[in-house]
Design a protein. Structure first.
Length: 336
């Protein structure tokens, strides 16, 4: 086992609050025999008091069709992965994303469709539930590819940078590939929260990387991935928020349309996430950031221009284009 693999395995096996493990077990139970592993990640890893926070999990499944009782959920997960669900258990609230093992491995590799998953799992995470030892070992192997992948993408832009400076550069680039509500300096703050961890992981990862790009091609590659990432974020937001219904198509024909079942106020969702805590203090208010109505107007206009430009299968794209052109009066964030 390589030095990096040993570091990754040891970190993934670190203990967590028993309530977190209980939530993970309950998430896995919802998806039956398709569940392979549950990973716990995000800012809550560093928190001792979990009440009132929104925990973050990834559920890795064998395949999407086996993970859901309804085909449209499997189709949505396959076309625009991952699906993300809100869940409560034992007094804790969380959201969990669902990826197949094959997609998880692909998104942690150099051939990934987006940069987000590799960036997420180059950071600390924990295996908090697994179907068996073999599945856990496979997840260790996949997560072990995330750091070399992310730093390998970034190294041509800063070939002489020390490990932690390279990490900061990498996170800054990946944040710009998403529609994220992150404060300025967030990329450096991630590294500064545990500089020794990032130094050890970075140096171990760099020993496995051979740079094949020079700076100019790497800059062009990052610009393409950042533009693609923003378009992909719009597609995911549309799917998850209920900006338009979920459509299922076979051989170019729409066979099923699923409307939003329950609308959820944006404020209820934001209050559970620590990154938005500053909005709800003595002087805070969600209205100080953005008018929600304007978000949907912006998303529709951006979607009609970019989302349908080749990121989705043609049959789905035609339906979305018609929906975006016609408007979706009354739709607001909710759970599909």
């Amino acid at each position: 086992m390589s030095a990096l693999r040993e570091l990754v395995a040891a970190e993934l096996e670190l203990p967590v609050d028993p309530r977190v493990s209980a939530v993970a077990k309950a998430i896995a139970a919802k998806h039956g025999e398709a569940a392979r592993c549950v990973l716990f990640y995000g800012s809550c890893l560093r928190q001792e008091q979990l009440d009132g926070l929104m925990l973050d999990f990834y559920l890795i499944v064998s395949d999407y069709r086996a993970a859901y009782p309804k085909r449209w959920l499997a189709t949505a997960n396959r076309l625009i992965p991952p699906n993300v669900f809100y869940f409560e258990h034992g007094g804790l609230a969380c959201k969990y994303a669902v990826l197949s093992e094959a997609d998880f491995a692909h998104e942690c590799s150099r051939e990934a469709w987006t940069v987000s998953t590799a960036a997420r799992f180059a950071q600390p995470s924990r295996i908090v539930w697994s179907a068996d030892k073999k599945r856990a070992e496979r997840i260790v192997q996949i997560v072990g590819e995330a750091a070399p992948t992310l730093l390998g993408w970034t190294l041509p832009l800063a070939p002489q940078a020390p490990a932690n400076a390279l990490w900061s550069k990498a996170f800054s680039l990946t944040f710009n590939a998403e529609l994220r509500a992150e404060r300025l300096g967030r990329s450096s703050a991630l590294v500064e929260a545990d500089p020794e961890r990032y130094r050890r992981f970075g140096e171990a990862a760099l020993r496995t990387i051979s740079v094949k790009r020079n700076r100019k091609p790497a800059e062009r590659w990052w610009r393409r991935m950042q533009a693609h990432g923003k378009r992909y974020s719009i597609a995911r937001l549309a799917k998850e928020s209920g900006l338009f219904p979920v459509y299922e198509a076979e051989r170019g024909e729409v066979t099923d349309v699923t409307k939003i079942r329950r609308q959820v106020p944006v404020e209820d969702y934001l209050r559970l996430q620590s990154r938005y805590a500053h909005l709800f203090g003595e002087h805070g208010s969600p209205e100080t950031v953005v008018d929600v109505t304007d978000v949907w107007t912006f998303a529709r206009s951006l979607g009609s221009r970019n989302l349908v430009a080749g990121d989705l299968p043609e049959a789905i794209a035609r339906v979305l284009e018609a929906e975006l052109a016609g408007g979706v009066d009354g739709d607001r964030p909710g759970q599909p």
